[in-house]
Design a protein around this ligand. Structure first.
Ligand code: NIG
Ligand code: FE
Length: 404
């Protein structure tokens, strides 16, 4: 039977639908690549089981996880920097000494497209094994037109090789490359006038990101990047308010940013601008944890303002060498005081919104059958325990890609 005709049935399953946990045990039927029906067990008509492949009973079904912020493509390792930070050297200090992001830039420039692909593939496989069906991958360690395009090509190829939807983001304005040391505006010109047009012309970028921070680029420079992105029809987002409050989030929101990410130092004005624009707050507890930060993002104020919060891994070689989305659910709760339910919404429905897929990351009739079935008895258990191996089944666009 072709996948387009195949009907699959789950019985007696607890469904977290992307926004909430449904109150009763459900029966779920998929047909081809869509969710065909979602009904409470007590309303289930046995006639609709006709021709269905029985997929089992019990457990918890969630939408496929959406990891809306990663830097999965990179060369080299930064274990030595991890050790230096444990001895007290700060992330900023390492960056000022030319290490940090720039040390990954050197290793990434030296690596061939093939080598970058081979290194990134197992990282992405780790995310997939933990339930991810949509992942965003940024460039940002090339910092020349060719090296940024090389990274984006690798990201696109990963999406072709593996059963996962890859969304690419050009992060040319991530750090100032050494050859532009005294000409930060010159580098921003390169990003705006060459990198963005080239990535757009080749269809390699789905969005454009910036790092708005004292150790990276100013609000005015990031605004120029956004204007260039918008002129090419590309949506925008920002790493902002991570280490200090520069006002990058408010500027990004005024330009209609999909999201502002990190935002530990976000203030009331920034929250108001995000609410107004409908931007998503992407919180990244992995980077907070690894950098041993103490400034908490303003979770209660974001919640009160009704700004949607997404949770992502920020998987990268420096600030978040963590390739396990369900660990982020746990850290979002323990470090940032999200409820397990909020954390799950953050990695499903709100994660999708942060990528411009509003209405996705949900289980409902006619939704794409990107689904996970977990060996747990309640959705909160996914945030409670950090335990690989609980993914029982994973469907990507209706295809069963994982079964234990
Ligand atoms: O999201 N904040 C800036 N960029 C990355 C870190 C990248 C790195 O340290 O290599 C982040 O944390
Ligand atoms: Fe990041």
């Amino acid at each position: 039977m072709s996948n387009a005709e195949r009907r699959r049935l789950w019985r007696d399953i607890c469904v977290f639908d992307g926004l909430c946990t449904l109150p009763e045990p459900m029966a779920v039927i998929t047909e081809g690549d869509r969710v065909a029906s979602l009904v409470a067990m007590r309303d289930f008509d046995e006639a609709s089981a006709q021709g269905c492949q029985e997929m089992g009973r019990g457990g918890v079904m969630t939408p496929g996880l959406v990891d809306c912020h990663t830097h999965l493509v990179f060369g080299g390792s930064r274990a030595d920097e991890f050790e230096a930070r444990l001895e007290g050297v700060s992330y900023e200090e390492i960056a000022r000494r030319g290490g940090g992001i720039l040390s990954t830039v050197t290793a990434t420039r030296e690596a061939s497209e093939e080598a970058l692909f081979a290194a990134a593939r197992p990282r992405l496989e780790a995310l997939i094994a933990d339930g991810v069906t949509t992942v965003e991958i940024k460039s940002g360690y090339g910092l020349t037109v060719e090296d940024e395009l090389k990274m984006l090509r690798v990201a696109r190829r990963l999406g072709e090789a593996l059963p996962v939807r890859v969304v690419t983001t050009l992060l040319g304005a991530h750090a100032l490359p050494p050859e532009y040391r005294d000409d930060s505006d010159g580098y921003i010109r390169l990003v705006c006038e060459e990198m963005i047009p080239a990535a757009a012309a080749e269809g390699l970028a789905d969005a454009v990101d910036v790092f708005c921070e004292k150790i990276a680029f100013s609000v005015a420079q990031c605004q120029r990047v956004f204007e260039a992105a918008m002129a090419h029809g590309l949506p925008i987002k920002a790493h902002a308010e991570q280490l200090s409050n520069l006002g990058g989030t408010a500027m990004a929101a005024r330009h209609g940013a999909l999201s502002a990410d990190h935002i530990e130092y976000l203030d009331e004005a920034g929250i108001a601008a995000m609410r107004e624009a409908g931007s998503v707050a992407v919180i990244l507890p992995g980077a907070f944890h690894i950098l041993r930060e103490t400034q908490l993002p303003p979770i209660a104020a974001l919640r009160e303002a009704g700004v949607p919060m997404a949770v992502a891994t920020d998987a990268n070689p420096g600030s978040s060498p963590l390739f396990m989305p369900t660990l982020m659910l746990n850290l979002a709760c323990t470090l940032f005081r999200l409820t397990p339910q909020e954390a799950l919404v953050g990695m499903t429905a709100h994660g999708a919104t942060a990528l411009g897929f509003k209405g996705e990351g949900r289980i409902q009739e006619d939704a794409t059958a990107d689904l996970c079935v977990w060996d747990v008895d309640t959705p909160a258990a996914l945030a409670y325990a950090v335990q690989p191996g609980r993914l029982r089944q994973r469907l990507f666009q209706g295809e069963l890609t994982h079964v234990v």
